[in-house]
Design a protein around this ligand. Structure first.
Ligand code: NAD
Ligand code: UDP
Length: 313
């Protein structure tokens, strides 16, 4: 049994990770400032003897005796991270700095939830970890993209200088139950709109692509990465290589949900990547990991979740 700190533990991914670690019998500290996450996501864990919920902002230092840190604190939806871009950069950079300081003092392993956004609007497709990316350094997405890139740099500097035991994963678009109803990301938006019979909002012409990973596959990949030896630092891509246009996604959601929603076209947000698909060769060969849940099956799960949440039969 290990003592494990999960920052951003009350968010969408963090809550699934906490649940998995608590069920495995670990002593889990879930740390969150509830900016884009909620207590409701971990309600079912509160009261268990091996789960602790702490309200804390990672922009400020935090101290605890732990064996492992999963650093997830950071809003991931463009709407949330662009709402207060300075706080987003502070969360990524100061958050990484403080957690790395804690990892250094406690000699524990630390995993960083990095992102496919470090590849920006890629001109290499699919994206391998060796690709350095095509990122606008001063656009509306930069607070997130550059914040995460700076965090990766800090992780490697702490590793080289202070021998901190780092692990970096680059997460590609992940979806599943416990995404917030107003999260703003595409899968939850389309499902909620379809269930409510509202227009489905396609940004741009809908020909841009993304590769969607179901949350249980990601949690499996994350825990595998944490279990690797000290020579495995990453970065490693964790994503599902199935690639879809936003129009294809909208049509699939509409087919499953039924109803009368129409597609409406809205302006494309600035610097919106035109395509994205992970090259997962490294995860396959070095971790023996690959995703199992197809979009078709994962969508059924998230549709059921929002149906119950919105009380729509
Ligand atoms: P989320 O917004 O649901 O979760 C983020 C959590 O971090 C929330 O609970 C939020 O309240 C908390 N948080 C934000 N700022 C904080 C701060 N300053 N101090 C403490 N807590 C803070 O998003 P998610 O999808 O669960 O993403 C989790 C992590 O995975 C993020 O770091 C994100 O960048 C990364 N990621 C996610 C995806 C994805 O598709 N979901 C893709 C790439 C990377
Ligand atoms: N998108 C869309 N309609 C929406 C929300 C998003 O067409 O209601 C598009 C968005 O422009 C992007 C893709 O879906 O091209 C994925 O957006 P999301 O915010 O989920 O993630 P990210 O852009 O960070 O990959």
């Amino acid at each position: 049994m290990k003592r494990i700190l999960v920052t951003g533990g009350a968010g969408f991914i963090g809550s699934h990770l906490c649940e998995r670690l608590v069920n495995e019998g670990h002593d889990v500290i879930c740390l969150d400032n509830f900016y884009s996450g909620s207590k409701e996501n971990v309600w079912h864990l509160i009261g268990k003897p091996n789960f602790e919920l702490v309200r804390h902002d990672v922009v400020n230092p935090y101290w605890a005796e732990v064996d492992e840190i999963y650093n997830l604190a950071c809003p991931a939806s463009p709407i949330y991270y662009q709402h207060d871009p300075i706080q987003t950069t502070k969360t990524s950079v100061f958050g990484a700095f403080h957690m790395l300081g804690l990892a250094r003092r406690t000699h524990c392993k630390i995993l960083q939830a990095s992102t496919s956004e470090v590849y920006g609007d890629p001109n290499v497709h699919p994206q391998p970890e060796t690709y350095w990316g095509n990122v606008n350094p001063h656009g509306e997405r930069s607070c997130y993209d550059e914040g995460k890139r700076c965090a990766e740099a800090l992780f490697f500097d702490y590793h080289r200088l202070h021998h901190v035991r780092i692990k970096i994963i680059r997460i590609f678009n992940t979806y599943g139950p416990r995404m917030a109803i107003n999260d703003g990301r595409v899968v939850s938006n389309f499902v909620v709109q379809a269930l409510k019979g509202e227009d489905i909002t396609i940004y741009g012409d809908g020909q841009q692509t993304r590769s969607f990973q179901y949350v249980s596959d990601l949690i499996d990949g994350m825990t595998r990465v944490m279990a690797t030896g000290d020579d495995f630092t990453g970065p490693v891509n964790l994503g599902n290589p199935g690639e879809f246009t936003m129009l294809e996604l909208a049509e699939l959601v509409l087919k499953k949900v039924g109803g009368k929603s129409k597609l409406v076209f809205k302006p494309l947000p600035s610097d919106d990547p035109k395509m994205r698909r992970p090259d997962i060769t490294k995860a396959k060969t070095e971790l023996g990991w690959e995703p199992k849940v197809k979009l078709d099956e994962g969508l059924d799960q998230i549709i059921d979740y929002f149906r119950t949440k919105l009380d729509i039969r």
